[in-house]
Design a protein around this ligand. Structure first.
Ligand SMILES: [Cu+2]
Length: 214
């Protein structure tokens, strides 16, 4: 008996907890996306500057903030945050992803705590939600779909290096948006540089939250 694995996910708006979703048992990725999307609203809290998870309040864009704790991949309980490597991504390790979209484009900020210390992780936004199989997250999200354009200008790369306590942060900005439904996770890789073993995955229902932009 492996016990039940539960993952809490929160979607915040303006710093308040707008929705608390207890994911357990048979809740699949569609449930994650559906629940979270109902709670999307203005999130003026993201402005990650400098790539170390800076957290200055303010801003007029919209976006989302989702966080979760990693759990081992299980055939019975698909967690929102999946570890495929207990050393680099220990159970209980924490991840938060923010997306902010406004007239200047899209900023994605990630913060992690409790991962393997002093490790250079690769991380990207991927097309599909996480699953028990590390391949479930599919390919990198690409603004221009072209296998030759695997680079941080055409994709959302969030490579980060943890400190001695396993914490790190990263930010990526692009002038384009993430079409709703086209990007659904961030994947942690063993190495930086755009590929390599997948050691963790966090399901994030990215979307295009622009307002006033046609
Ligand atoms: Cu990747």
């Amino acid at each position: 008996m492996t016990g039940r694995i539960r993952v809490h996910e929160r979607v915040r708006t303006m710093g308040a907890v707008a929705a608390a979703v207890l994911l357990a048992g048979t809740v699949g990725t569609a449930g994650i996306a559906g629940t979270a999307s109902a709670a999307y609203a203005e999130d003026g809290s993201s402005k990650g500057a400098g790539g170390r998870g800076a957290d200055s309040r303010g801003g007029d864009g919209q976006g989302l903030t989702v966080d979760g704790r990693f759990a081992p991949a299980s055939a019975f309980v698909p967690p929102g945050a999946v570890s495929y490597d207990p050393t680099l991504v220990p159970a209980g390790g924490w991840i938060q992803v923010r997306q902010k979209t406004d007239r200047k484009g899209t900023t994605v900020t990630v913060r992690v705590k409790g991962l393997g210390p002093n490790h250079a992780f690769g991380m990207h936004v991927h097309e599909k939600a996480c699953g028990v199989d590390p391949a479930a997250a599919g390919k990198h999200y690409q603004h221009v779909k072209d296998p030759k354009l695997v680079n941080p200008d055409n994709e959302v790369w969030l490579d980060l290096t943890t400190d001695g306590s396993g914490s790190a942060g990263a930010t990526a900005h692009h002038v384009w948006g993430l079409p709703k439904g086209a990007a659904n996770s961030v994947v942690l890789h063993r190495e930086q540089g755009g590929a390599g073993d997948r050691v963790g995955c966090f399901t994030v229902p990215f979307g295009d939250f622009r307002t006033g932009v046609k």
